[in-house]
Design a protein around this ligand. Structure first.
Ligand SMILES: Cc1cc2nc3c(=O)[nH]c(=O)nc-3n(C[C@H](O)[C@H](O)[C@H](O)COP(=O)(O)OP(=O)(O)OC[C@H]3O[C@@H](n4cnc5c(N)ncnc54)[C@H](O)[C@@H]3O)c2cc1C
Length: 509
């Protein structure tokens, strides 16, 4: 048993590290306990085959909180970008369509669609900027709600009306209404469904697409460089970080008046660490149901946590390649961009359908990168690494993933082969991480990359559940700081920063 004056942070994912750095900079004594043998959570770089390294969870940076990046001076701690402003290369039977924001760089797109794209992207950016301002605020305090309302009002009458109309709309309807080109509609729809258990016809996919309205970058050295820089910033501010230190449970003490409060953590090794404040970077189900235990919670609160939707629907594919892959119609200069296989709205919705019935898609939707093209250090000389999100692989697969994994791998390689016929012959090694593998590797209940579905009923003052939506929890001294809190997943750091501010304010917001 040690020092009770410090803050223990359970988990060294990027949000835990941001929280640690913020608290240490404010003079708090901080100890981060990370279960894995390296920090970073789902934003790490690791070897998946001898000599081949990859960002094994998140692979594109598009939402990093600029306040975090600036305040923690991440560039001076080693964060460098191998590429910024990646194009999206939407693969299709008739050749690729190349987009960068509102610009069509290649592909047959009518003047009407080009104009519609410019209007769509510009409006999306205004709405996304409004949400981004909200990301850095503690949700639902009267003052912040007033600021949110004012931000919406400032959009102006036309934009405000349109936001009210489309805010909860399925992207399918919106895109059908605005565009003609099927490939363009597919490409735009992908951002609303990637990482979610939603298809383009699902309600609120316009809202989810706003979370991915930023430009795509690739950190040099993979996503581990981002979390490596955060760890350096946290240590430089005085935080202590211990890896290979899984926490088994929280310690709870009883006050004289009978009320309970947190008093520390117990590691799986049996070691106990006393602390008046514990901040959990683990997902809400792990935090409340496993580490704390429902017996310390109000029954209604525990029921809400139990019903927090947190089943992942995306898998991750890593290929070690004997050389450059060739995608039909894609010039070598475009190979290092963000390649997607989402050729039209019907294809994406059809890929989603089996997931509703606990089956994976025989023709999944893919987001593909070849990071070694920008960052040769990730693969041996002359070799390449391919990293792909495989969308529509439900966590609760009927028959289980031990049986399903080789079949999903075969289906994914079949889809890739349609666009890259020679790819199979170049594969030296392959790794497919299903949601069950992601759950095990990153300790995320359900393997969901946002720690829980990002949807309007699990957003802002409702995230993860009322009673814990402002980072403080019903148990005095216990806080949340991970993707299960506002504003959700993606490598942003806003949840960690907001949580630290609430801890520093003594839980009051
Ligand atoms: C396959 C995949 C692809 C993704 N792609 C992208 C992408 O391209 N771009 C993007 O921005 N985002 C992407 N994401 C989402 C992003 O990676 C996550 O939302 C983000 O990493 C969450 O960060 P976090 O710090 O909140 O939690 P995590 O990264 O989940 O970190 C939580 C940490 O807590 C630790 N922990 C849990 N329980 C314990 C315990 N009992 N004791 C000690 N430690 C514990 C875990 O080991 C982990 O290190 C992707 C995620 C996945 C899984």
């Amino acid at each position: 048993m040690t020092d009770a004056g410090r803050v223990v942070i359970v988990g060294g994912g990027h949000n835990g590290l941001v929280c640690a750095a913020w608290l240490a900079r404010a003079g708090r004594k901080v100890l981060v306990l990370e279960a894995a043998d390296q920090v970073g959570g789902a934003a790490v770089t690791r070897e998946f085959s001898p000599g081949f390294r990859v960002s094994s969870g998140a692979h594109l940076l598009h939402a990093l909180d600029p306040v975090v990046e600036r305040t923690l001076k991440l560039a001076s701690h080693g964060l460098a970008l191998a590429r910024t402003g990646l194009n999206t290369v939407a693969l299709g039977e008739g050749g690729p369509l190349v987009l960068n924001g509102a610009q069509v760089l290649a592909g047959e797109v009518s003047a009407t669609d080009r104009l519609a794209l410019a209007q769509h992207v510009s409006r999306q950016r205004r709405y996304a900027a409004l949400l981004a301002r909200q990301h850095g605020r503690i949700p639902s305090t009267p003052w912040n709600l007033a600021k949110f309302a004012l931000d919406i009002r400032r959009l102006g009458r036309a934009d405000m009306r349109e936001l009210l109309r489309v805010g909860t709309m399925p992207l399918y309807d919106l895109l059908e209404d605005r565009f003609e080109n099927a490939q363009l509609k597919g490409a735009l729809a992908l951002d609303g469904v990637l990482g979610a258990k939603l298809g383009p016809r699902s309600g609120q996919t316009f809202f989810t697409s706003l979370q991915r309205a930023g430009a795509y970058s690739m950190p040099r050295g993979g996503m581990g460089t981002v979390t490596g820089a955060l760890a350096i910033a946290a240590r430089a501010a005085g935080a202590e970080i211990r890896v290979s230190s899984p926490v088994a449970s929280f310690r709870v003490a009883t006050r004289e008046d009978g009320g309970e409060h947190i008093s520390g953590v117990v590691l799986e090794s049996g070691e106990e660490v006393a602390a008046a404040v514990v901040v959990s970077n683990a997902d809400p189900k792990t935090t409340f149901l496993r580490l704390l235990g429902a017996r310390h919670l109000d029954a209604e609160f525990a029921r809400r946590v139990q019903h927090f939707r947190a089943q992942g629907c995306a898998a991750k594919l890593h290929l070690a390649l004997d050389g450059l892959p060739e995608f039909r119609g894609v010039p070598p200069a475009q190979l290092g961009e963000r390649l997607i296989i989402a050729p039209d709205l019907g294809y994406i919705e059809a890929a989603f359908n089996p997931a509703k019935y606990r089956e994976f898609s025989p023709a999944p939707v893919l987001e593909i990168t070849v990071p070694s093209l920008h960052d040769p250090g990730l693969a041996p000389p002359g070799k390449q690494v391919l990293s792909a999100i495989v969308q529509y692989a439900p966590y609760d697969l009927a028959g289980g993933w031990d049986a399903g994994r080789p079949h999903l791998l075969a289906a994914t390689l079949d889809v890739l082969a349609r666009y890259a016929p020679g790819l199979r012959g170049r594969i030296l090694d392959a790794e497919l991480l299903t949601p069950v593998d992601l759950e095990r590797e990153f300790r995320i209940t359900g393997g969901h990359w946002h720690h829980g579905e990002l949807a309007l009923d699990q957003f802002m003052m409702l995230r993860p559940v009322p009673g814990a939506a402002q980072y403080a929890t019903p148990l005095p001294g216990l806080y949340l700081c991970g993707a299960g809190s506002h504003p959700g997943g993606g490598v942003m750091g806003s949840a960690g920063r907001n949580a630290a501010r609430v801890v520093l304010a003594g839980g009051r917001v």
